[in-house]
Write a protein that binds this ligand. Structure first.
Ligand code: BJW
Ligand code: ZN
Length: 244
């Protein structure tokens, strides 16, 4: 656009021109402009029915009260049904064509990167639209299950299913994390977008990348990773990413 200020430094523009392997880690902030609530930020944390989300989204809660966990995720899916990808998601999809290699890793469970057309998205924390059997691990699309049965029974073994997401105190899918860490370790340009960078091991990925890559944070607020980044762009993902 004529008269528009360039976003980021001259060094970043040069690095974008030369980049061969690009690594992008996204968090809840990338979906904020789609209307998806974040967990933290602005000094607030999410609470549902008086429970902090660290409690309701925890492994212990699945053990104690699986129907309540379903109620929480049914509520979240209700919010997500109305949300569409925003310009940050669509610009990242276009980046897949633009760079020789682009690895898109997300902590988000909303599926909006795939909805925007991104391929091979590495979902570190699972996907809210999938259910998984607590016994045999069989998976199902939640939209194809009976929404009056909570928890739904597994189509393979009949045992209760749970949302196929990674809760506090649970292991990340090992193959997905391994692939993300491998890509982080060989990239030359890394973007950390819309994450408070306090949840591990996801927050370790930009640290791995920083050993050889130029690391850029895009977030309206500073995070514990800001100091490590070579460049911090304070702004909204939906404005900064398309402008880059
Ligand atoms: C914008 C914007 C705009 C706004 N544009 N930006 C090492 C040290 C300490 C603790 C641990 C450690 N290693 C492991 C742990 C324990 C724990 C952990 O990390 N705890 C810390 C919080 C202290 N980790 C785990 O338990 C993980 N498992 C694990 O490590 O397994 C091994 C193990 C097993 C047993 C015991 C110990 C270890 C699993 C973590 C799974 C996290 N799951 C959740 C919930 C998913 C389901 C659900 O949705 O309910 O994932 S937690 C929640 O946080 C969700 C998110 O993916 C994750 C990260 O949040 P994110 O994306 O950063 O969002 P916000 O809201 O925090 O930030 C939004 C940001 O956007 C803000 O900065 C805004 O400024 C910005 N923003 N608008 C750009 N328009
Ligand atoms: Zn089963």
């Amino acid at each position: 656009m004529p008269g528009q200020q360039p976003v980021g430094s001259e060094e970043l523009r040069e690095r974008i021109r030369k980049a061969r392997r690009v690594f992008v880690l996204t968090g809840a902030g990338v979906s904020a402009e789609s209307g998806v609530p974040t967990f933290r930020g602005g000094g607030r944390t999410a609470v549902w029915k008086g429970l902090p989300f660290e409690v309701i989204s925890s492994a212990g809660m699945v053990e104690r009260d699986l129907p309540a966990v379903w109620e929480w995720f049914d509520y979240r899916r209700g919010v997500l049904e109305k949300c569409r990808p925003n310009p940050a998601h669509t610009a990242l999809t276009a980046w897949q064509e633009r760079f020789e290699s682009l690895t898109l890793v997300t902590q988000n469970i909303d599926g909006l990167h795939a909805a925007a057309g991104s391929r091979g998205v590495l979902e570190l924390h699972g996907n809210i639209w999938r259910a998984r059997c607590t016994r045999c691990g069989a998976r199902a699309d939640v939209r194809e299950l009976n929404d009056r049965e909570r928890p739904p029974g597994c189509h393979e073994c009949g045992d209760p299913m749970r949302p196929d997401v990674v809760l506090f105190g649970e292991m990340l899918p090992a193959d997905v994390y391994r692939e993300a860490a491998a890509a982080a370790s060989v990239c030359d340009l890394c973007f950390v977008v819309g994450t408070s960078a306090v949840v591990y091991p996801a927050a370790e990925l930009p640290v791995i990348a920083s050993r050889r890559a130029y690391v850029v944070e895009i977030n309206p607020e500073p995070t514990p990773l800001s100091e490590l980044c070579h460049e911090v762009i304070h702004g909204r993902a939906g404005e900064v990413i398309p402008a880059l």
